[in-house]
Write a protein that binds this ligand. Structure first.
Ligand code: NAG
Ligand code: NAG
Ligand code: NAG
Ligand code: NAG
Ligand code: NAG
Length: 389
């Protein structure tokens, strides 16, 4: 899920308030294996071991989101959240939310002895949502009440962590099999910032596999080297990219070909909470022109494209997104043809939606890329790493 900060003042308010906190909290990286720490430093600050949380896949014919459990409160209540690199706060359904949240497990703050009601109310509007459809207006909007409580992930615990109780939500959230969203932006916040200050290395890793593969997981504070073979390739975030996970891409290719439009340099956001790919209209059109002339905009859902379902599964549609590694070598992240079909449109099931949505002003990739790689999100070194799985 992505909070489009330039358009949405509510997001802007939330993010700028948190940026101040994050600026103080951004820690130094601790290299567990190689660093010889003075004895006194070891006593002062014992390193925490990474923790791995299993993730379930929200699958509706297409992989939409990966979510796992954290615990909130005393005694702990289990709360399922999407670990969302496209946003930066923690919010989840609560008993303050009426029928709008009836599909979700609700956190009951009155049952937690450590809960603090901050009392301020706000809302957050997302510009990418839960499914593969485009976001229309404010149809992904949460109404929130601020609080603080202990947040635990595995056996690691962060006291007095800022969070938001969902007190109302738009109907689009109703189908979610999870209760909330844990923002994992490129500036550590909330429980992650707290754990880093307790000695956890300042990175996390995602293994968000296709539904048929399973065993998805997030490792917080480390890298699970059993999940990939070969080497991680790292690329640095552009200077000044603030809290957004973004990499510069010099070129896009489809089925090995490129065009003038696709050779333009662009910054691409990495959002684990979005399933589709978003590109400006001209880029989306240029990509589709190299796949099939029969892929056309689906006017009933502005921003989407489709093609007859009986034509889609045999189309070659390999998308290579070019990047430059920290050592200056080009590398691609590759989206295989199997990702092209994200399923039939509700208003016309004979037409299947294709994975790229037009969205002017933004280039963004999510689950459809990330599920083909083991990815490392290195907050301390402001870089991302990828290894094929
Ligand atoms: C989350 O916890 C619930 C029980 O509270 C359990 O049923 C579910 O399988 C857990 N989800 C994951 C992804 O581990
Ligand atoms: C948490 O669990 C991990 C692995 O299960 C273990 O290595 C670590 O020592 C535990 N940490 C604490 C603080 O208990
Ligand atoms: C919750 O939000 C919906 C709009 O999504 C609104 O119609 C409804 O009145 C709100 N409910 C409450 C209790 O505020
Ligand atoms: C990984 O890196 C090591 C050391 O740089 C190198 O020897 C090895 O060939 C690399 N492996 C692959 C699969 O690229
Ligand atoms: C990236 O993909 C393009 C198109 O398939 C290919 O021509 C190029 O060699 C690839 N780059 C690398 C570094 O593999």
């Amino acid at each position: 899920m992505f909070c489009f900060k330039r358009l949405l003042s509510f997001c802007l308010l939330l993010v700028s308030a948190q940026t101040l906190v994050a600026a103080q909290a951004v820690p130094q990286t601790i290299h567990l294996q190689s660093r010889v720490a003075p004895v006194q430093a070891t006593l002062r600050r014992r390193a925490l071991n990474p923790v791995t949380v299993p993730l379930a896949d929200f699958f509706l014919g297409t992989d939409l989101q990966w979510f796992g459990n954290i615990s909130v409160g005393t005694p702990p209540q289990s709360v399922s959240v999407v670990f969302d690199t496209g946003s930066s706060s923690l919010e989840f359904a609560s008993t303050l939310c009426g029928t709008a949240c009836n599909n979700q497990v609700k956190f009951d703050s009155s049952k937690s002895s450590t809960f603090v009601d901050v009392g301020t109310t706000s809302s957050i509007t997302f510009s990418t949502g839960v499914g593969v459809d485009p976001v229309i207006g404010a149809n992904y909007r949460l109404t929130l009440r601020a609080g603080r409580d202990t947040v635990s992930v595995g056996n690691l615990s962060a006291p007095a962590t800022s969070l938001f109780l969902i007190t109302n939500q738009t109907a689009k959230f109703g189908i979610d099999p999870f209760s909330g969203i844990q923002g994992m932006s490129a500036r550590a916040q909330g429980f992650f910032a707290s754990l880093i200050s307790q000695g956890l290395p300042s990175l996390f890793s995602l293994f968000v596999t296709p539904n048929a593969v399973g065993h998805a997981e997030i490792t917080i504070g480390g890298i699970d080297t059993t999940k990939f073979t070969g080497n991680l390739t790292f690329a640095s975030l552009p200077a000044g990219s603030s809290s957004t996970w973004v990499l510069n891409s010099p070129q896009l290719f489809v089925n090995g070909k490129s065009t003038t439009v696709l050779k333009a340099s662009r910054n691409i956001i990495f959002d684990s909470g979005t399933s589709n790919i978003l590109f400006p209209t001209a880029t989306a059109n240029a990509l589709y022109a190299l796949i099939s002339p029969n892929i056309v905009p689906h006017t009933a859902e502005p921003g989407t494209y489709g093609i007859a379902c009986n034509l889609i599964n045999t189309l070659p549609a390999v998308i290579d997104i070019g990047f430059i590694s920290q050592s200056g070598a080009p590398f691609n992240l590759t989206i295989p043809s199997s990702e092209l079909n994200v399923g039939p449109f509700a208003d016309n099931p004979a037409i299947c939606q294709t994975l790229i949505n037009a969205f002017d002003g933004l280039s963004l990739v999510g689950g459809s890329v990330l599920k083909h790689y083991y990815s490392v999100w290195d907050v301390g070194n402001q870089r991302m790493g990828f290894a094929p799985i």
